[in-house]
Design a protein around this ligand. Structure first.
Ligand SMILES: *Cc1c(COP(=O)(O)O)cnc(C)c1O
Length: 426
C-alpha cells in the first residue's frame, strides 16, 4: 500500500495523538485486520469481524454441532434467542430481561410488530411514519396498510435533521394506532428524542415502534427508561454479527399478552414439544419466534456484545456503551472538523447535525462527485458508502475504528477532490 503520504499530514498527527490518549484504542486489534483494507468507514452498515469469532464458530461446529448434535437444542440452542436478547438488553439497549428476543431479519420483525401493534389498537385507522425512514420500514408499512385497510400519515422531516417531538404532536391523534420511527436517521444520523416522542404518542393513545438499526451498539439506548413500547434492530451493523445475522425485537413487559404477532409458528408456543393441536402462544417474548432459530447466525454478535461490556469501567463507574458513545462523539467531531478545514473548500457540505446531543455515529457529507469518488476510494482500500443523490456516509464504529484510519481515508478523499479541481482548471 502506498497511500501513506511522505510526511504525516496535520490531520494524521492529530489522529495519532487522539489514538494515543484513547482508552478504547486497545480494542482495535481484536478485530480481524486485512491488508487490503486501509480505512474502514462503513461499520454502520456491516461491522468488522472479531478474531474471537473464528474460535467461537469452530467450537460450534466441532463441539455443540458435531459432538452434541440434536442434544444441543435442549442443552443450549432453544434458549439462545432469549438469552441473547437479554444480553442485548443489558449491554446495549437498556432493557430488563424477558423483553428482547433474537429472530428473523429486521424487515420480518417490523412486519410482526406493526401487525401486532395495529391489532392491539382496534378502531384506530392510522399509522404515523416519516418519508426519510429507511426503505424497508416504509415498504413494510405500505404493504400492511394495503393489507389491513389502514392509512399512513407521512411526516416530511428536514432531510438534514429528523423527526421532532412537534412533528409527532402535530401528526398523532385519536385515530393513530402506531408511530413508527428510526431512533437514528440512516441518512443524516440525527437522533430522535425517544422519551419525549414516546410520551407524546402515548398521550394520543398510540403505540410507538422504534427502529434501532443505527443506534444499537453506538448509542446508550434506554428503552425501559424512555417508556418504549416496541423496538427492532439489526445486529450486523454496530453489533458486528456478520452478513445476514438475525435481528432483535423488544416488547415492553406491560404489553405481553396484549400484543399478538401474526406469524404463529410452533416455536413461539408455550410448549413446542407438546405437539399440541391448537396454537397457544408463549406468554412471554418467546411468542415473537415463528420457526427454528438461526443459531449459526447468532454466534458472532456474542463476541461483540462481550467486547462492549468489557469497554466499561471495571469498577462499575461507566458502562461500556457509555464509553463507546463518548468515543463515537470524538470520532464524529474529528470528521466534522476535518470537513470544515480541508473539504469545505472543494464544496463539500456536512449534512449531519453539528449539535453532538442529536448526532449519531456516522457523518454524512455531500458533493456532486461523490458517487464516482466513492468508487475510487474503494479501489484504494478506503471504504465509506454512497447514498444517493450525492451523500457519502462516514460510519464510525467506536471499538474498531482508529482516528488514524479516519485521517488516512479523509486525506485520500481530499487528495482526490484536489486532483478533480486541478483537472477542471487545466
Ligand atoms: C439496516 C436497516 C434495516 C435493514 O433491514 P434488514 O431486514 O436487515 O435488511 C432496516 N431498517 C433500518 C432503519 C436500517 O438501518
Amino acid at each position: 500500500m502506498t497511500t501513506h503520504p511522505i510526511a504525516p499530514s496535520p490531520a494524521a498527527e492529530r489522529a495519532a495523538a487522539l489514538d494515543a490518549a484513547d482508552p478504547l484504542a486497545r480494542f482495535h486489534d481484536r478485530f480481524v485486520q486485512h491488508p487490503d483494507v486501509v480505512s474502514y468507514l462503513d461499520g454502520n452498515s456491516l461491522g468488522r469481524p472479531l478474531a474471537a469469532t473464528r474460535d467461537r464458530l469452530s467450537r460450534l461446529l466441532d463441539e455443540a454441532w458435531a459432538g452434541r448434535l440434536i442434544r444441543s437444542w435442549d442443552e443450549a440452542w432453544m434458549d439462545e434467542p432469549t438469552h441473547l436478547g437479554d444480553m442485548i438488553g443489558r449491554v446495549a439497549i437498556g432493557a430488563a430481561p424477558g423483553q428482547t428476543v433474537v429472530a428473523d431479519s429486521t424487515s420480518v420483525l417490523l412486519y410482526k410488530l406493526v401487525r401486532a401493534a395495529l391489532d392491539a389498537r382496534p378502531g384506530r385507522g392510522e399509522i404515523v411514519a416519516d418519508t426519510e425512514n429507511f426503505p424497508t420500514d416504509r415498504f413494510i408499512l405500505e404493504g400492511i396498510a394495503a393489507e389491513t385497510g389502514r392509512s399512513i400519515r407521512w411526516i416530511e422531516p428536514d432531510p438534514a435533521a429528523g423527526v421532532t417531538v412537534d412533528d409527532v404532536r402535530a401528526a398523532a391523534g385519536p385515530g393513530t394506532a402506531l408511530v413508527l420511527l428510526s431512533h437514528v436517521a440512516f441518512k443524516s444520523g440525527y437522533i430522535a428524542d425517544m422519551a419525549a416522542i414516546t410520551a407524546v404518542a402515548h398521550e394520543a393513545g398510540a403505540l410507538v415502534l422504534w427502529d434501532l438499526c443505527h443506534s444499537v451498539g453506538s448509542i446508550d439506548v434506554r428503552l425501559d427508561e424512555a417508556g418504549a413500547d416496541l423496538a427492532v434492530g439489526c445486529t450486523y451493523k454496530y453489533l458486528n454479527g456478520g452478513p445476514g445475522s438475525p435481528a432483535f425485537a423488544y416488547v415492553a413487559e406491560r404489553l405481553h399478552g396484549a400484543v399478538r404477532q401474526p406469524i404463529q409458528g410452533w416455536l413461539g408456543t408455550a410448549d413446542p414439544f407438546a405437539m399440541t393441536e391448537a396454537y397457544a402462544p408463549s406468554p412471554g417474548i418467546r411468542q415473537l419466534i415463528s420457526g427454528t432459530p438461526p443459531i449459526v447466525g447468532m454466534q458472532p454478535m456474542q463476541d461483540m456484545l462481550a467486547l462492549i461490556e468489557e469497554a466499561g469501567d471495571p469498577d462499575g463507574g461507566e458502562s461500556g456503551i457509555a464509553a463507546i458513545r463518548r468515543k463515537s462523539l470524538a470520532l464524529t467531531d474529528f470528521v466534522i472538523d476535518y470537513a470544515d478545514e480541508h473539504l469545505a473548500c472543494f464544496g463539500v457540505r456536512v449534512i449531519s447535525p453539528r449539535d453532538p446531543a442529536v448526532r449519531g455515529s456516522h457523518v454524512t457529507l455531500e458533493h456532486p462527485d461523490f458517487q464516482r469518488l466513492t468508487a475510487e476510494l474503494w479501489e484504494r482500500g478506503v471504504i465509506p458508502d454512497f447514498r444517493p443523490p450525492q451523500g457519502m456516509r462516514i460510519g464510525l464504529s467506536p471499538l474498531s475504528t482508529s482516528f488514524a484510519e479516519v485521517a488516512l481515508g479523509l486525506d485520500l478523499l481530499a487528495e482526490l477532490l484536489e486532483r478533480g479541481t486541478a483537472a477542471a482548471d487545466a
